[in-house]
Ligand binder design. Structure first.
Ligand SMILES: [Mn+2]
Length: 316
């Protein structure tokens, strides 16, 4: 499955692992694990993971690397957990010498510059990094195992969603045998700054429950400025308004700083990835998102209508 990626890795002395904007547990976890696994297997190669990572895990799983422009231009870039080169956090990826990709998002075919492993049935990119290590008999150390657990746990909504539960729990079992402490990872992941309470209060106070089956919350730029939070911090709260009986689609949207709109969509039964794609985004069938550059008059209404149509027709 990973032969072509391995042969690329073997060609380069320097490898830089890139993830997406607003890195989550799966992005950070797969970057950290892949970095450690490759460093252990190829001690003479330089392997870096770039981007902002997940700060609350730095003490236990490790920090991100700072890498010069010059190094990147001589490196193989491995893109993880992202199907869109435009949404990479560190855009210097474009200047890399060569590319490879490991991802579990639905392929949007924007990336065709090197070998790739895309499995949209996988729970997470971390699951694919685990398979990468297993297939090649690379050692998974305790830190890598913990990082992989983090990504699988967060991307499955704490092991609620998978196409293959037996396989997911088999992998988790193996990671635990490698020494992962789920209680420590879960506790660290659950830790939130005080501001989180203000954000949750805002989302609950600004939730609209419509009789066409949609639940949503929206934050204007002014709302966000008053709260002192980013649109990503607002949009990360879809779980607060999820699974209301007879309301199969829900979303949280926010005006962005540069006059656009960000949105995270979820559904208990309908393909919201198609809705996200309509606005230039993507993701997974029941969990998708998008960011439009311009917050045009009526875009929120257009989004609501598309969701309502999806529910009326039983899918787009
Ligand atoms: Mn992911």
């Amino acid at each position: 499955m990973f032969e072509a990626i391995i042969s690329k890795i073997e060609q380069y002395d320097s490898i830089v692992i890139f993830g997406h904007l607003n890195p989550d547990g799966d992005c950070y976890g797969s970057q950290i694990a892949l970095r450690n696994i490759l460093k252990a297997k190829y001690p003479t190669k330089s392997v870096y993971a770039v981007g902002s990572g997940l700060k609350k895990f730095f003490d236990i799983l490790g920090e991100m690397d700072s890498v010069s422009d010059e190094i990147i231009t001589k490196s193989l870039a491995i893109v993880v957990d992202s199907n869109d080169l435009g949404r990479l956090e560190d855009q210097r990826a474009h200047s890399a010498l060569d590319f490879a990709k490991i991802d579990h998002h639905i392929d949007n075919f924007t990336f065709k510059e090197g070998p790739e492993v895309i499995d949209d049935k996988a729970t997470s990119t971390c699951e694919l990094v685990y398979k990468f290590a297993k297939e090649n008999k690379f050692e998974i150390d305790f830190i890598s195992a913990s990082a992989l657990y983090l990504g699988m746990m967060t991307d499955t909504g704490r092991f609620q969603f998978a196409n293959n539960f037996v396989q997911m729990f088999d992998i988790v079992s193996d990671l635990c045998k490698l020494g992962v402490d789920p209680i420590l990872i879960n506790k660290t992941n659950n830790t939130v700054p005080e501001k989180t309470l203000s954000i949750k209060r805002f989302v609950y106070n600004h939730t609209t429950i419509r009789n066409d089956g949609i639940v949503y919350a929206f934050a204007s730029k002014k709302d966000r400025e008053e709260l002192g939070v980013t649109s990503a911090q607002i949009c990360a709260n879809t779980s607060l308004i999820s699974y209301v009986i007879n309301h199969p689609i829900w979303f949280v949207a926010s005006e962005t700083d540069n006059g656009g709109m960000q949105c995270e969509l979820r559904s208990s039964m309908f393909d919201v990835q198609k809705i996200a794609t309509h606005f230039g985004g993507g993701g997974h069938t029941f969990a998708a998102g998008f960011t439009v550059k311009q917050f045009k008059e009526g875009i929120l209404e257009e989004l609501i209508e598309l969701c309502a149509k999806t529910i009326r027709k039983g899918g787009i």
